[in-house]
Write a protein that binds this ligand. Structure first.
Ligand SMILES: Cc1cc2nc3c(=O)[nH]c(=O)nc-3n(C[C@H](O)[C@H](O)[C@H](O)COP(=O)(O)OP(=O)(O)OC[C@H]3O[C@@H](n4cnc5c(N)ncnc54)[C@H](O)[C@@H]3O)c2cc1C
Length: 397
């Protein structure tokens, strides 16, 4: 410990890689670095309980599952997760199944982000990893010789590191110290998402186009259903009673159509999620790097946010191991370009799925959307493009 003139007692720590944020990107990076023989310390503004119960994504693409398995993190996922061959695409009067395994030889897995987060937390516990939760006032300093400051239990702490990685999500402080260009699009609608204690009404996800707005029937487990409704951006959640939500879901998902029934049950969580796209480039300044939502946001229609965070880390971990253990900067120097190539592909796919499925006021747009949906559902070429992107391109794409 050293005495700081301005802030009383300052705790000083040192590590090779300081990671800001203990979401999926931060904890997975710490895990992969440890496997490569590189030390890290993770700092997180929330409590561990909060981080592990945050309801967010739930679809893992093929390469995410492969990476988690190869890193020794796949056992519960393979036991408790559900492999899906594909998805259903639907519009009034028609429902079509796209079989990804048949089309591109890859599947997706349904396994909640909460469970990924718990698996990562337990793996870090088992390795004796230092994750400092519940910190305040995190700041990242001096990108050339970086360090992170934060307060924990009332003590100002300075964490020196060879490298700092911002895995601190869309509102974290690290992006501000990585100057560059930011591209953004805000969509004029949001998703109202609910979690319900009821068995899923289908075996695989239903993506439904409807004149009243998009709806998605998803799931988290054999007893928990996840459902979404397109709503206007300024939606007040209090205007949506549980009855109103179930009625809108039944209408848009085609309850009663060809004998299909939407099962309803107690809603245990509901929230409104704004829809936006954002890409920040480059994803590095000096010895400060960005990974996951800290560098890019996608609307959730393509189920890409969590998968992109994993893919970034899959590229960054070996780059930092080569840099810090072998003094070889080549992978680190190309990290941003390689990551952004995949980021833009997923950004385009997420935008494409979003604009194909969300309705607006323009009847011409509606006809274009229906034409596009019919083509994707009936042409092998159209279906293969969706399948290849949804099931996920290789991490090094
Ligand atoms: C509200 C929300 C709902 C979502 N819902 C869906 C969904 O339904 N479907 C879907 O496919 N995708 C969804 N996503 C996207 C997906 O969950 C993210 O893409 C994924 O979590 C990205 O992982 P990450 O580790 O990069 O970032 P995060 O998971 O956001 O992790 C960042 C971490 O950094 C921490 N942090 C922030 N600021 C600081 C600080 N100052 N100091 C220290 N730590 C800090 C945060 O608390 C957080 O734990 C959602 C995202 C959000 C934000």
């Amino acid at each position: 410990m050293v005495r700081s003139a301005s802030a009383g007692l300052t705790v000083r720590m040192r590590t090779q890689v300081a990671i800001v944020g203990a979401g999926p990107a931060g904890l997975l990076l710490s895990h992969l670095l440890a496997q490569g023989g590189v030390d890290s310390v993770v700092v997180e503004t929330r409590t561990r309980e909060y981080v592990e119960s945050r309801i967010r994504a739930g679809i893992l693409e093929h390469s995410t599952v492969e990476l988690l398995r190869s890193a020794g993190l796949g056992s519960r996922l393979l036991q408790e997760g559900a492999e899906h061959r594909g998805i259903y695409l639907q519009w009034p009067g028609e429902r079509h199944h796209l079989d990804f395994l048949e089309l591109v030889g890859r599947s997706v897995w349904v396994y909640g982000q909460t469970e990924v987060q718990k698996d990562l937390g337990r793996a870090r516990d088992a390795a004796g990893q230092q994750v400092i939760y519940d910190v305040r006032d995190t700041e990242v300093h001096e990108p050339a010789t970086p360090y992170v400051t934060f307060t924990v239990d009332g003590r100002l702490t300075r964490l020196d590191a060879d490298v700092v990685v911002g895995c601190d999500g869309s509102f974290g402080p690290t992006r501000a110290v990585v100057p560059g260009t930011t591209w953004q699009r805000t969509y004029p609608y949001s998703w109202l998402g609910v979690l319900a204690d009821v068995a899923p009404s289908t075996d695989e996800l239903i993506y439904a186009w409807h004149p009243d707005g998009f709806a998605l029937n998803s799931m988290r487990s054999p007893t928990v259903t996840r459902l979404y409704l397109q709503v206007p951006s300024d939606t007040d959640i209090d205007d949506w009673s549980d009855d109103r939500i179930w009625q809108a879901l039944a209408d848009r998902l085609g309850h009663g159509q060809d004998g299909w029934r939407l099962q309803s049950g107690p809603i245990t969580e509901k929230s409104v999620l704004p829809m936006r796209s954002l890409v920040q480039a480059p994803m590095r300044n000096g010895n400060v790097f960005l990974a996951g939502d800290a560098a890019h946001i996608v609307p959730p229609t393509g189920a890409k946010g969590l998968n992109l965070a994993v893919a970034d880390v899959g590229l960054l971990a070996p780059a930092l191991v080569a840099l810090l253990r072998e003094n070889d900067p080549r992978l680190a120097d190309t990290y941003s370009d390689r990551a952004l190539r995949r980021v833009w592909r997923c950004t385009h796919f997420s935008w494409w799925m979003t604009t194909m499925l969300h309705t607006g006021d323009d009847p011409f747009d509606a006809q274009l959307q229906l034409s596009q949906l019919r083509w994707v559902a009936s042409s092998v070429a159209g279906a293969t493009g969706l399948a290849e992107n949804y099931a996920g391109l290789p991490i090094g794409f």
